[in-house]
Write a protein that binds this ligand. Structure first.
Ligand code: SF4
Length: 351
């Protein structure tokens, strides 16, 4: 549930000096948006401590975008240059019409359609259906291989083995390369870095470690709990000889390594805090309740839902999205004085 006081813009901004192009998603720092992260629900069956309150209140269903609205937004964004769409949540596999959403987005001709999930509900049958509907790739979140720690961090009864079955289901359905993401929190799971990295070798997957970011609803983030990319990489390299890989594209969020011994899989680190990649950011987010967040750490949001429900035509939607993007902040500003954590927690933004 969104706290009061977050800036909601509902009217286009005509900032001086901005090119009058309302058909492209370009920000005032010269970055072009090509990746849309669409949160399709704020609901989740986990209550991860670095993400969501145990007693979270979800938005009323009427406030969430309908499938028709989601597909309209994706269509408009596609026309404005978006090539990749990632479906997120909350937990997107909880959405009763996920297959219809996948088929709808795939039908709009985006070149890359991916899904981020906690894996708890992902079966081989579901993976095959989603693949047939047009899904291309899956990222599965898994922070620990220890059942007791999994219970502690997710506040759920799902064991790590269930999530690994989901990874196998994705591989079986050809939804690869599968990415496995782990948020590393000091005092919680840094001791498991090597064991988690081994998953890359076992499954031929991309095992990516994410630096802990100040986006938790408990607002308990402290820099002392951050395990840096440097520390993560040095632990992995102490176990295996690793070969650094070039970034596939400038906006790629992780920097990656291959095993020098030729074993399958890669290890990557998403170093948002210590090695920010904002300069090449190509992402735009739309929340399940229809707010445009140009940056994960945006302090302002743009109320697209009201516009969608006010009968606005596509030209108006485009102008609105172009203005929202134009005002995108240069970066997250976590290390800058005066940094303030966004009001909206990660669970209501989507990864
Ligand atoms: S923090 Fe914002 S600008 Fe930086 S990479 Fe993330 S979304 Fe992009």
């Amino acid at each position: 549930m969104l706290r009061k006081g977050v800036g909601h813009r509902t009217t286009p901004l005509r900032s001086p000096g901005r090119a009058e192009r309302s058909d492209r998603l370009i920000d005032s720092h010269g970055r072009t948006i090509r990746d849309l992260r669409l949160s399709i629900t704020d609901r989740c069956n986990f209550r991860c401590t670095y993400c969501m309150d145990p007693d979270v209140r979800f938005a009323p269903p009427a406030e969430l975008l309908s499938v028709k609205e989601m597909l309209r937004v994706v269509g408009v964004c596609r026309d404005m240059g978006v090539k990749k769409v990632r479906l997120t949540g909350g937990e997107p596999t909880l959405h009763p019409e996920l297959e219809r959403i996948i088929a709808g987005v795939a039908g709009l001709g985006v070149s890359d359609l991916a899904l981020t999930t906690n894996g708890s509900l992902l079966t081989p049958e579901a993976a095959a259906r989603w693949r047939d509907a047009g899904l291309g790739r899956v990222t599965v979140s898994l922070d620990t291989l220890k059942p007791e720690k999994m219970r502690e961090i997710t506040r759920s009864s799902t064991p790590p083995a269930r999530v690994l079955e989901a990874v196998e289901a994705c591989l079986g359905a050809g939804l690869g390369p599968v990415k496995i993401n782990a948020v590393v929190v000091r005092g919680f799971n840094e001791e498991e870095i090597e064991d988690l990295a081994e998953l890359a070798r076992i499954y031929g997957a991309d095992m990516r470690f994410i630096e802990f970011m100040p986006l938790d609803s408990a607002r308990a983030w402290e820099s002392s709990r951050l395990v840096t990319a440097e520390e993560i990489v040095s632990r992995v390299r102490a176990r295996w000889e690793m070969t650094p890989l070039d970034r596939a594209e400038r906006s790629e969020t992780s920097f990656n390594y291959a095993f020098s011994d030729g074993a399958p899989g890669r290890v990557g680190v998403i170093a948002s805090v210590t090695r920010p990649f904002c300069g090449a950011c190509s992402r735009l987010r739309i929340t399940a309740d229809g707010m445009v967040r140009p940056c994960l750490f945006s302090r302002d949001e743009w109320d697209l839902r009201t516009l969608l429900r006010s009968g606005a035509d596509d030209a108006h939607l485009k102008a609105f999205l172009a203005d929202a993007t134009w005002g995108k902040q240069a970066g997250h500003g976590i290390s800058e004085p005066g940094f303030r954590q966004p009001d909206r927690p990660m669970s209501a933004i989507g990864g």
